[in-house]
Design a protein. Structure first.
Length: 151
């Protein structure tokens, strides 16, 4: 069984002391990170919803209350796309859009950091930010807004 024993004050106990201090610092950092910091969430929301300009071209932000934007986001979070990724042709089948329009949608998703492109392929995957944003948008809509209007 593991028991706590006092360390002898010698040079030979420094490695053990280092391990204990490192573990204490790790526990403290985990404790601090558990604080509710809304500033990070605000910055992420601004990153997704604000218009961005890349190479003199504007890419508008995502509106979670827009029917089209929400349907686009919910379509890329589907299970089969999480495993295998998705391509331009997958979104063309879902929305019945031209290749060019889907390419512009993919670029918009890329610019806002919601998806990432797999190297040496035409596949795209959701980023962690993308997953969190889509789940949060659906949660706000289904859990807060819709029940609030059903009085």
């Amino acid at each position: 069984s593991n028991q706590i024993a006092p360390l002898k004050k010698s040079i030979y106990s420094l490695p053990f002391l280092k391990d204990q201090l490192k573990a204490a610092n790790k526990r403290y950092l985990e404790f601090i990170s558990a604080f509710d910091n809304k500033e990070v969430g605000r910055k992420m929301l601004e990153k997704i919803t604000e218009t961005k300009t890349v190479h003199n071209r504007n890419y508008r932000g995502f509106n979670f209350f827009s029917k089209f934007d929400l349907s686009l986001l919910l379509s890329i979070v589907r299970g089969e796309f999480t495993i295998n990724g998705f391509r331009n042709k997958h979104l063309r089948y879902i929305f019945d859009f031209s290749t060019g329009k889907v390419s512009r949608l993919l670029k918009r998703l890329l610019v806002h950091g919601l998806i990432k492109k797999a190297q040496h392929s035409y596949k795209y995957y959701l980023t962690t930010l993308g997953k969190e944003a889509i789940v949060a948008a659906q949660l706000v809509k289904d859990v807060i807004l819709v029940p609030a209007f059903n009085y």
